[in-house]
Design a protein around this ligand. Structure first.
Ligand code: ITT
Length: 206
């Protein structure tokens, strides 16, 4: 079993990553002892990469960082990269109120996963899950905006799905699958570092 370490404070993300990556013989553990710092930016990839940049100089573990958000079409993409803060302040009900009179209830979840180790960022993958927002919260599973999001081709919210159903549709599972397929191939062909971005170098002995 290969071990990846997920730098996150969100246990749901770790559980989702394990559900997606265990068929690929990858075990995901929460990275302990190194703080994850999140910059403000409009681009999720930049947020994930920058968070990883601050972690990889201090570890020899294979680390992944994920940044995600809910982008509501009628609200011009709000809350997007600010989803975590908006969930804490306005919550699910706040988003439903903002959408009260809207014609469109289209929304999408986006996810960016950045991966690296030992002062290098190896790769970053992004994915989207398109769907619609309900008029009321349904289901207690998952976290965040799960109770109001129905992914395209489904008839219930993420909040009404168990984890194995959610990962059929979720933005995070799609990005993690890209990571797994890339990693397994790159490890086999010895090309993990082919496009690596070096963020810190080991001190040189003089
Ligand atoms: P870490 O930063 O510690 O990884 P977090 O939960 O704060 O955990 P983000 O900064 O990526 O994660 O914030 C994403 C927010 O977007 C999250 O708090 C939810 O409100 C929402 N979100 C993202 N993915 C979601 C999902 O799969 N289901 C429900 N809400 C989600």
């Amino acid at each position: 079993m290969i071990e990846f370490y997920f730098a996150t404070g969100n246990e749901h993300k770790v559980a989702e990553a394990n559900a997606v990556l265990s068929p690929h013989k990858i075990k995901v553990k929460k990275l302990e002892g190194i703080e994850k710092l999140e910059i403000q930016h409009t681009n999720l990839e930049e947020i994930a990469k920058t968070a990883l940049t601050l972690i990889v100089p201090n570890t020899d573990k294979l680390v992944l960082v994920e940044d995600s958000g809910l982008f509501v079409h009628e609200l011009n993409g709000f809350p997007g990269p600010y989803s975590s803060y908006v969930f804490e302040t306005l919550g699910v009900d706040g988003i439903l109120k903002l959408l009260n009179d809207s014609k469109s209830r289209k929304a999408e979840f986006r996810s960016s996963v950045s991966f690296g180790t030992k002062g290098k960022i190896f790769a970053t993958f992004s994915s989207v899950s398109e769907g619609t927002l309900t008029t009321q919260a349904k289901g207690d599973n998952g976290f965040g905006f799960d109770p109001i999001f129905v992914p395209m081709w489904a008839s219930k919210t993420f909040g009404q799905m168990d984890l194995n159903e959610k990962i059929v549709y979720s933005h995070r599972s799609k990005a993690l699958k890209k990571l797994a397929l890339w990693y397994l191939n790159a490890a086999k062909t010895n090309t993990l570092e082919e496009n690596a971005i070096v963020v810190s170098q080991a001190p040189q002995n003089k």
